[in-house]
Design a protein around this ligand. Structure first.
Ligand code: AMP
Ligand code: ZN
Ligand code: FE
Ligand code: FE
Length: 284
């Protein structure tokens, strides 16, 4: 059987495995297809492509954009995106700059709350050039004994309703979909069950709205999905003529209950469950 995992993070964002380590872990997990999908960066892709060539794994160059705007906040995966496409890299650089500005504000807010944090100390927890995000703040808060766990850090300070939450400027879903297409990729809604919906809104409406904007597919298989949730998403994919994808959302030891290659609470994902148009974007 051929297995796939089309959603995984590296040290280029908030994962703990380098791109090379991730590919080696994928090899050990018996995966044939792997997608590298870091948050708002493709910086890990060149190294992963090189490692995948050595390991004999089909690697899909990807990115996970945190989009915001009508019809709401959504994580959009671009799979088969050309890592050398200049307009994509310009947009990612712009998002990085928004992120840096936001991180400064989070640090300032935490200092107002009496926590002696500096952005330099948080940045030091991430590899050089990596996108620093809220998980790195959480790590610092745990290491310095201000909170008991990563989850505690989010609950008290960093979650969207936390005391040190700062909005972040970013791209809209519509612009994300267009950019991913221009870069040669397919655009998928990540973890549709976790998408924050506005009042009265249903997952189906959200998916239909994004399809209307040109989105190509949805992540029906995911580490936390139940069989019932996946079946419902597969029916929606059929109804709206959407491609089907799946992945774990592996983050290494930053998310200890998520394992590379495992979806639906511990199942491996046979590659034939994934639309061939997505698998065809892999580099050999
Ligand atoms: P950022 O990209 O800096 O906004 O951070 C987003 C990441 O923070 C997500 O990928 C999650 O891993 C994590 N995260 C966001 N909200 C929460 C939460 N309420 N609890 C735990 N982790 C969270
Ligand atoms: Zn993440
Ligand atoms: Fe996500
Ligand atoms: Fe992710």
């Amino acid at each position: 059987m051929i297995y796939a995992d089309l959603h995984a993070h590296t040290t280029a964002s908030d994962g703990t495995s380098t791109p090379t380590e991730l590919v080696e872990e994928a090899k050990r997990a018996g995966l044939t297809y792997l997608a590298v999908t870091d948050h708002d960066t493709m910086a890990g892709v060149p190294e992963a492509l090189e490692a995948a060539k050595q390991a004999g794994i089909f690697l899909i160059p990807g990115v996970e954009l945190s989009a915001e705007g009508p019809p709401g906040k959504a994580h959009l995966l671009g799979l088969g995106v050309d890592p050398l496409f200049e307009p994509m890299n310009e947009t990612l650089a712009q998002i990085s700059e928004f992120r840096r500005q936001r991180n400064e504000k989070i640090a300032a807010r935490l200092r107002e709350l009496g926590i002696p944090i500096t952005l330099e100390a948080v940045t030091a927890l991430a590899p050089v050039g990596a996108n620093v995000g809220r998980p790195h703040f959480a790590q610092w808060l745990v290491e310095q004994g201000h909170v008991s766990s990563i989850q505690d850090a989010f609950n008290r300070y960093l979650a969207d309703d936390g005391k040190a939450y700062i909005e972040r400027e970013t791209v809209t879903p519509e612009a994300s979909i267009r950019l991913i297409h221009e870069a040669g990729g397919v655009c998928l809604l990540a973890h549709p069950v976790l998408v924050r919906l506005s009042q009265q809104e249903k997952i189906e409406q959200r998916i239909a709205a994004l399809k209307e904007m040109g989105m190509d597919g949805i992540e029906a298989y995911y580490h936390s999905h139940t069989v019932a949730e996946t079946e419902r998403l597969l029916r929606l994919a059929q109804k709206y003529d959407l491609l089907v994808s799946g992945g774990s959302d592996f983050h290494g030891t930053n998310k200890k209950d998520v394992f590379l290659g495992l979806v639906n609470q511990g199942q491996r994902l046979p590659a034939d469950r994934i639309s061939s148009r997505i698998l065809e974007t892999a580099r050999k």
